[in-house]
Design a protein around this ligand. Sequence first.
Ligand code: SF4
Length: 190
Amino acid sequence: MAKTTMDLTALVRGAADIDVSERIGLLPNVASERTKHLKGRVAGAKAVTSVCGYCAVGCSTLAYVSDDGKLLDVEGNPDSPINGGHLCPKGSALFGLTVNDQRWTTVKYRAPYSDRYEERPLAWALERIAQLVKKTREETFVREKDGKRVNHTLGIASLGGATFGVEENYMLGKFMHALGVVSMENQARI
Ligand code: SF4
């Protein structure tokens, strides 16, 4: 028992001189020739600084791009004072959000009184939203109330998501005020 303890002590003392690239802890680092020549999937890729689009924390990311412009991966930016290289589970899924053949590219539309959804193109959805906004505004716009000029509509409300940046929120605010919409809410964003 005493001899074993002494042997371990000698081993630990000797560990200070171990080259960590050749060992895992106290054991030799066994690697095949194939493993020695493997490279990470972003090795040599260009790292483009970006920002996570999910929430107001504004974590910085590195988007790795191949020479032909293909997105290879998205990771936390270690130089960021906000997130120091870390991303929460949502931010960690940025690559999958962007490169994903399951991503929906059409709108699921359920017509009034229908019991099923239909696929419609995005352009169709934008046109329909525009037409409904125009119709609702024309039907609900109030110029005066109690003898005072109000110029507003209470028939439309705007709810902004967290992925909006400062500029988008500014533009949305201007647009809604121009329509006379007073019911507006946004999640904070940098
Ligand atoms: S969603 Fe997560 S990773 Fe993205 S900005 Fe917010 S906290 Fe950061």
